[in-house]
Design a protein around this ligand. Sequence first.
Ligand code: GLU
Length: 420
Amino acid sequence: MAIVEGDIVLARCGGTTYEGVLMPSTTGKTVVKLKNGYNIGLEPGNVTLELIDKKSELKGPQIELPAPNPKLPNISILSTGGTIASKVDYRTGAVTSQFTAEDILLAIPELTEIANYNARVCYSILSENMRPEYWVKLAEEVNNEIKAGADGIIITHGTDTMMYTAAAIAFMIKTPVPIVFVGSQRSADRPSSDNAMNAICAAKVAVSDIAEVTVVMHGSTSDDFCHIHRGAKIRKMHTSRRDAFQSINSRPLGRVEYPSGEINTYLDYKRRGEQELSINTNIEPRCTLVKYTTGASPEMLLFASANYKGIVLEGTGLGHVSTEWVPYIERTTQAGVPVIVTSQCINGRVCDRVYDTGRDILKAGALEGEDMLPEVALVKLMWALGQTSDFDEVKKLMLTDIAGEMTRSSRTSGVIHNNF
Ligand code: GLU
């Protein structure tokens, strides 16, 4: 029988034998994905291949999901895609987002000891393709699941833009049950994959008393605990490390020990049942984030104010821009387009009352974004402009803590996470 890509083979080369899946190759080498997840490239002239089994990805699941246990809580898993919902496509060799949420359970059977699951695919996208209108649909799905009796929600999501979606859901929904975002930095085919541990810790939080929108991801480079972050206070701070997610300007809300599943919290939080379920998905997606850089033309603001309803400005240190930008800020705010100033420093609080430029920026009508992350301020501005178009009301909302996105005390803002 002919050997094709995706088949399991024994490759013999120079006296060594390798067992694995025959992969597509772009280099002319014979590429075999070994059982440990790594690929090996062999010179085709020196390799003989023996077929062990046909197309690995066409096999069905190896285990059956157990019947629901009436003693366990009920969790809804809403899958949006990303690495945690990915597998290797043996046609292209790429990691693609094509697992269903049920596949996640089959791949991580430990989950079934924690809860019963109702698993649904909302999207199958890489998170760079997420859009504000998808946040709205996701919020509606979450709302429906909670109304239908879910004791907790897990949302699987690509890590790249998880902080935008988590913030959006935190602004849109007041929840009586945990809503937990989880992703993974490394796909399931890699030995260092974080997907199983992150998903198990997320399930522990989903059945816990923490009725907030949180993000649960690896807390260290080892497989020892996950951090529980507030959805509107996190950022992905590393391209590839498993502990890339960090709470900014706040401690994490808590941590989940692995494998025990014990939860310890550091901050006060909303308890299960403390809030009534309510949803408010009105948003104005036409908002943008303008980053000030040395020498940047203030005309960017003219373009932004002509095309957008609200602007978040990422300024320097305490929240500054060059003096020549000030009249443009004034024109923008006078045209009824709010300008919220945040900082490129990420850590710390904007304060435009210290230096002249800052005072001028405030006089021009801009608003200090306190210690909000620039992207969180952007999502919040979209949400605030969805509630009201009244300039003063928008300003009031932007200065009100809605979902834990602003900490009032600067003491916690002093924590700088640079432990890489
Ligand atoms: N860029 C993709 C995403 O954010 C894959 C990365 C990931 O899931 O971590 O969905």
